[in-house]
Design a protein around this ligand. Structure first.
Ligand code: HEM
Length: 211
């Protein structure tokens, strides 16, 4: 029984049949897989950066400097974290264009297109919160503009801004909240959405075949 479940787990990870046309690199350019790789690189390097980063308005910027000039290989991991984040945005956009051009969003894959679009939104927000964590002048004003814009959304803007950014006046609480979104809440939601994305690919018979 135990062996059977292990075998079926293995079979689940490795699909028995993939049409040759879908497996061709010139069909997907492996853009979704590369985006996943960037996400994993972000988790790994982000966990290392957490060892030195300090989320408070007086210590955030100096702690980033410490990562760059004092932490062993800190500048390497920070640069990988930065560039993998930028690449993730580019790869996901290219992946979306590929899916559109090959008509892979058509039924039965329309829900996976929507899941992907939500993932794209989370990738943008994750990128933006990371940019704010440095807490230099640019981050402070970007935070102020983003908070004010959110605050002005009709009907629920004030409540929404409070949930996303915390109280209107900048304090340590603002950075702790940003930090929580960036390192925990958003990555956890993204991990869940990616799992759903992969599961839907399997459920819909694997990657689409060329039109
Ligand atoms: C973090 C973001 C994303 C990751 C990691 C990801 C990952 C993947 C992977 C690995 C595949 C398998 C085929 C391939 O590699 O091209 C795939 C397929 C697919 N993705 Fe994404 N994706 C993401 C975002 C998106 C976005 C933004 C959209 C569209 C709005 C989207 C829509 C789809 C659809 C419809 C398929 C099925 C395509 C087919 O069967 O040919 N995905 N995704």
């Amino acid at each position: 029984m135990k062996r059977d479940s292990l075998v079926s787990l293995f079979e689940h990870i490795h699909p028995g049949y993939v049409p040759e046309t879908s497996a061709r690199i010139s069909f997907t350019f492996c853009l979704g897989g590369l985006a996943t790789t960037m996400f994993l690189a972000e988790i790994l390097t982000g966990a290392l950066l957490m060892l030195y980063y300090y989320p408070s308005i007086s210590s955030a910027y100096p702690s980033v400097q410490r990562i760059m000039y004092f932490a062993p290989y800190g500048f390497v991991f920070r640069n990988i974290h930065y560039w993998a984040g930028q690449l993730l945005v580019i790869l996901v956009l290219l992946h979306m264009v590929r899916v559109f051009l090959t008509g892979s969003y058509l039924p039965p894959r329309q829900l996976n297109w929507v899941i992907g679009a939500i993932l794209l939104l989370f990738v943008f927000v994750e990128d933006f919160t990371g940019y704010l964590l440095i807490w230099d002048e640019r981050a402070l004003w970007a935070w102020t503009i983003a908070r004010n814009l959110t605050d002005r959304i009709p009907f629920f803007g004030k409540e929404f801004a409070l949930v996303l950014f915390g109280p209107p006046d900048v304090s340590d609480l603002s950075l702790v909240r940003l930090y929580a979104w960036h390192v925990l809440i958003l990555p956890a939601i993204m991990f869940f959405m990616m799992s759903l994305h992969y599961w839907k690919i399997r459920r819909e018979g694997g990657i689409s075949i060329p039109l």
